[in-house]
Design a protein around this ligand. Sequence first.
Ligand SMILES: Cc1cc2nc3c(=O)[nH]c(=O)nc-3n(C[C@H](O)[C@H](O)[C@H](O)COP(=O)(O)OP(=O)(O)OC[C@H]3O[C@@H](n4cnc5c(N)ncnc54)[C@H](O)[C@@H]3O)c2cc1C
Ligand SMILES: NC(=O)c1ccc[n+]([C@@H]2O[C@H](COP(=O)([O-])OP(=O)(O)OC[C@H]3O[C@@H](n4cnc5c(N)ncnc54)[C@H](O)[C@@H]3O)[C@@H](O)[C@H]2O)c1
Length: 465
Amino acid sequence: MTHTPNESSYDLIVLGTGPAGGTVARRCARAGARVAVIESRVPGGTCALRGCNPKKVLALAAELVDWTDIAGGKLIASDPATIDWNQLRDFTSRFTEEVPDSTREGFAEDGIDLFVGPPTFLDPHRLRVGDSVLRGERICLAIGAQPVVPDLPGIEHAVTSDDFFDLPTLAGKIVFAGGGYISMEFAHLATRAGCEVDVIESNPRPLDGFEPELVDALVERSQRAGISFHTDRDLKSIEKAGERYRVTMGTSHTEAHDATLECDRVVLGLGRAVDVDGLGIESAGLTKDRGFVVDDHLVCVGTDHIFAVGDCAQTSMPHLTMAANVEADRVVAAVTRALGLEAAEPRLVATSNQVPSVVFTAPNLSRIGLSEQDARERYADLRVEEGDRSSWGTVKKRGETHARYKILIADDSDEIVGAHFLGPGASEFINLIALAMQHGIGASDLAKTVFAFPTFGTDLPKLLR
Ligand SMILES: Cc1cc2nc3c(=O)[nH]c(=O)nc-3n(C[C@H](O)[C@H](O)[C@H](O)COP(=O)(O)OP(=O)(O)OC[C@H]3O[C@@H](n4cnc5c(N)ncnc54)[C@H](O)[C@@H]3O)c2cc1C
Ligand SMILES: NC(=O)c1ccc[n+]([C@@H]2O[C@H](COP(=O)([O-])OP(=O)(O)OC[C@H]3O[C@@H](n4cnc5c(N)ncnc54)[C@H](O)[C@@H]3O)[C@@H](O)[C@H]2O)c1
C-alpha cells in the first residue's frame, strides 16, 4: 500500500452529515471505529438546516393561523391571527443557527475527524478533500439529494426550498412549481401569511402517491384557504416583467394551450436529485441511476466496501428522515461487524411499507403502507374501512370541515396493509398504525384498544370496526 505524505487512514469515511451520515459516523465511532466525515457544505444536513425541522416551525405558524381562522367566533373571538414573516423567519433560524456547532461538537465528542469541503475519489479507497488525502477501509456515501432545477428559460429567477427559509419578504403573489410535499407545505404557509398563491403541477392532482380522494379533499380545503391549482400543467419558462415575473405553463400533452401567470416570486418544488458533480464516482467504480445503485445490504454495486444510505441510495425506502435512520442503522451493523468490532445492532427496524409520512399542510395529510390500488392488486380479501370524519365531535370541536380516512386490511390475516388520513389527528393516527404494522398488531386488536378520552386516539378503534 503506498501512502502520500499527508494521507490519513480510517476504518470508515462517511460523506455527508445529515441524519444518515451522522448516524453511521457517530454509532460506528462509539463502537470503536476510527472515523472521518467529509461534508461539502455547512455541517448538519438537510433535515436540520433546510428541511424537516425549520419547515415544522413554519408549518406550526400556518396551523396556528388556520386554527384561529376556523375556530374564530367559536373557540375564540373572531379576530384573525397574522404572520409577521421577519419575526417567524428569525425565530425559525434560532433552531438552525446552533446546528453546525452542535454537529461539530458531537463529532468531536465521539473522536471523529471532520473535513469540510468537496471531496473527490482518487481510487475506490481514497478521497481528496482540500489538501488532505483520506484512505478508508470502508466508505459510506450519505450525500442526500439537492432540489431539482430544470434547464428552462429564466429558471435563474426562481428560488428553491433551500432559499425559502431566508426570503427577505413573504408577500405578494407566489407561484409554486410542482405540487409535491415541499410546494404544498410552503403554499399552506404562504396563503396563511396573506400571499396570493398558485401551484402548478404536471399530474392531474398534487401529492402523487397519496390517496386520490383524500388529496381531492385537501385540494378543496386548500382552495378555500386561498390556493389556486393549475394541474396537468408544466412549468415552461419564467421571464422578468418589470419588477415581477411572468410564468408560462404548458400542458403535459400539447403546447396548444400555454397559459401565463404574473407573480412576485417563483418557488421550485420539482423534486430532489442526487448530485455527484466533482465526486469522481468513476474512479471508485460506482454506478448511479436515480441514486447510487446498491444491493440488498446497501453495498454499492461494483464495490464491496462502499455503502450508500439515505436519500442518495436507490432503494424502495421513501426519502424521509426516519427512513434514512433505518438504513443508517443497517449500515452501522454491517460496518461494525466487518471491522471485527462488537456489532452495533439496528435500533430502528422498518420496511419501506412501514415508514409513515405526514404532509404538514393545515390540515395534515398522512399515509403509511400501500395505496388502495396497490393493495387491491395484492390482496383478494382486502377490506377497506373509509369515510368522512368531518361530523365527528373531535373534528367539529376544532371547527375543521375536512377530515377523511381510509384503512386497508387484509381480512384473512387481519393485517393492516395501508392507512391514510386527512384532518385533525392525521399525524397521531399514522403513528398508532405504524406501531401496529411494525409490531404485528392486527386490526381487530387495535379496534379493542383503549386510549385516553377525549383524544384523537379514541377515534381510531371506531374507524376499524
Ligand atoms: C424543505 C424540506 C422539508 C422536509 N421535510 C421533511 C419532513 O417533515 N419529514 C421527513 O421525514 N423528511 C423531510 N424532508 C426530507 C429529509 O430532509 C431527507 O429525507 C433527509 O434529510 C435525508 O437524510 P440524508 O442524511 O440522506 O441526506 P441529507 O440530510 O440531505 O444530508 C446529506 C448531506 O451530505 C452533504 N453532501 C452533499 N454532497 C456531498 C458531497 N459530495 N460530499 C460530502 N457531503 C455532501 C450535504 O451538504 C448534506 O449535509 C424534507 C426535505 C426538505 C428539502
Ligand atoms: N413532510 C415531509 O415528509 C416532506 C416534506 C418536504 C419534502 N420531503 C421529501 O423531499 C422530497 C422532495 O420534495 P418535492 O416536493 O420537491 O418533490 P415531490 O417529488 O414530492 O414533488 C414534485 C412534484 O413536482 C411535479 N413536477 C415535476 N416537474 C414539474 C414541472 N416541470 N412542472 C410542474 N410540476 C412538475 C411532480 O409531478 C411532483 O408532483 C419529497 O419527495 C420527500 O421525499 C418530505
